[in-house]
Design a protein around this ligand. Structure first.
Ligand SMILES: Nc1ncnc2c1ncn2[C@@H]1O[C@H](COP(=O)(O)OP(=O)(O)OP(=O)(O)O)[C@@H](O)[C@H]1O
Ligand SMILES: [Mg+2]
Length: 350
């Protein structure tokens, strides 16, 4: 601890994973925090008076959404910015992104006298414009910032930078990235939409087909998924209560939940196959043996085993490592990069 303190005296290092659905932060003071990536502003004077706040974040913003102008400022980890002539509220989204970052830094509880140095994970395929947009916004909340590619951060956090395949299952996208000791390039990546939101849609479809009388919202379906998600061969029965004409009724949704969760396995393994098949044949086996599974969606029970089985079927073999703290994989890795970065790399923003 003492060595650590002397090295970083006066500086709080933070790793930030700016996700479409969640923003997570890990800091050198040991704090870890996460919040849904929502920012809301009271719609009018009445709402302002009722809420007693100018800005609301995360779960609270979602709960009070009827009184708020609600923003989810990121899209696939990239700042939502309208194309020219588009009707997207660019100013609003930029302000929301700035406030979201400010809140993330606040959650890391820097002392008043501490400088904040942040490494922010952005999707590997983010283009230079969106990277600059994020950096510009970051300027207002931290003293120095740098961006890193998200899968790179995950792999760095595990000390696995060579011949690794990273699978990051988020809400909107699954990002596959091949690492071979350098920064990943365009050809090392694949992005697919068979992620968490896709599972929610599948589960909705399956439950409404099996039980047309059941009443529910997407939010309820998402909660059911997050509570019971599994791709186990023989899962214990999953029973949930859903209203029928206002009366709570019990439904067995075991088949629906496992079916919806399983639907993401084949496309992921197909994607892995593409990244493996186009790699140096000598190292293909090594890649197959080093697959890292991260992101909120990786918390589906037995998903690592299911992916391994499908890899065996399609690719002959495969070994999948589930990272610890999957929700913090990006933030923890970004924090580690921050720690290891020599001082001259930290560009002063202020
Ligand atoms: N226990 C769980 N089982 C299955 N899915 C889960 C579980 N917990 C969270 N999720 C899902 O994980 C997804 C969010 O993951 P994550 O926080 O990594 O996304 P993100 O990084 O914000 O999104 P993106 O990568 O698309 O920008 C959501 O779809 C959520 O429903
Ligand atoms: Mg993510």
């Amino acid at each position: 601890m003492s060595e650590e303190t002397s090295k970083s005296q006066g500086v709080l290092y933070v790793g930030i994973d700016l996700g479409t659905s969640r923003t997570s932060v890990a800091a050198s003071n040991g704090i870890r925090a996460t919040l849904p990536s929502f920012v809301g502003y009271p719609k009018d004077v009445i709402a302002r008076k009722l809420l007693q706040k100018d800005v609301l974040y995360g779960d609270e913003a979602v709960a009070k959404r009827l009184s708020l102008n609600l923003y989810r400022p990121l899209e696939h980890g990239v700042l939502k910015c309208g194309e020219e002539g588009g009707d997207l509220d660019t100013d609003g989204n930029t302000r929301a992104a700035r406030d979201l970052l400010l809140e993330a830094v606040r959650l890391a509880q820097p002392r008043k006298d501490e400088l904040v140095y942040a490494v922010i994970g952005a999707p590997a395929q983010a283009n230079i414009n969106s990277k600059n947009a994020i950096l510009k916004v970051a300027k207002e909340s931290v003293d120095s910032a740098m961006l890193c590619s998200e899968p790179f951060a995950v792999a760095y956090g595990q000390d696995m930078l060579e011949d690794v395949l990273v699978i990051d299952i988020g809400a909107g996208t699954v990002d596959l990235c091949r690492m071979h000791g350098t920064m990943p390039e365009e050809s090392d990546q694949l992005t697919m939409t068979t992620a968490g939101d896709h599972v929610d849609k599948e589960l909705t479809r399956r439950i409404s087909e099996a039980y047309p009388e059941a009443q529910f919202t997407v939010q309820m379906i998402k909660q059911i998924k997050e509570r019971h998600s599994t791709v186990a061969e023989r899962p214990s029965p999953i029973k949930v209560s859903l209203p029928v004409n206002g009366k709570p009724t019990e439904f067995d949704v075991t088949e629906q939940v496992t079916g919806a969760c399983r639907s993401i396995v084949p496309p992921i393994v197909e994607g892995l196959g593409k990244l493996i098949g186009s790699f140096d044949p000598e190292f293909q086996q090594r890649l197959k043996d080093r697959v890292l599974l991260a992101g909120g969606g990786s918390q589906i029970k037995a998903l690592d085993t299911a992916i391994e089985l499908e890899m065996h079927r399609l690719l002959g073999s495969g070994k999948v490592l589930l990272i610890e703290e999957p929700m913090y994989g990006g933030a923890n890795g970004a924090l580690k990069i921050a720690h290891d970065m020599p001082a001259e790399f930290w560009e002063k923003l202020k």
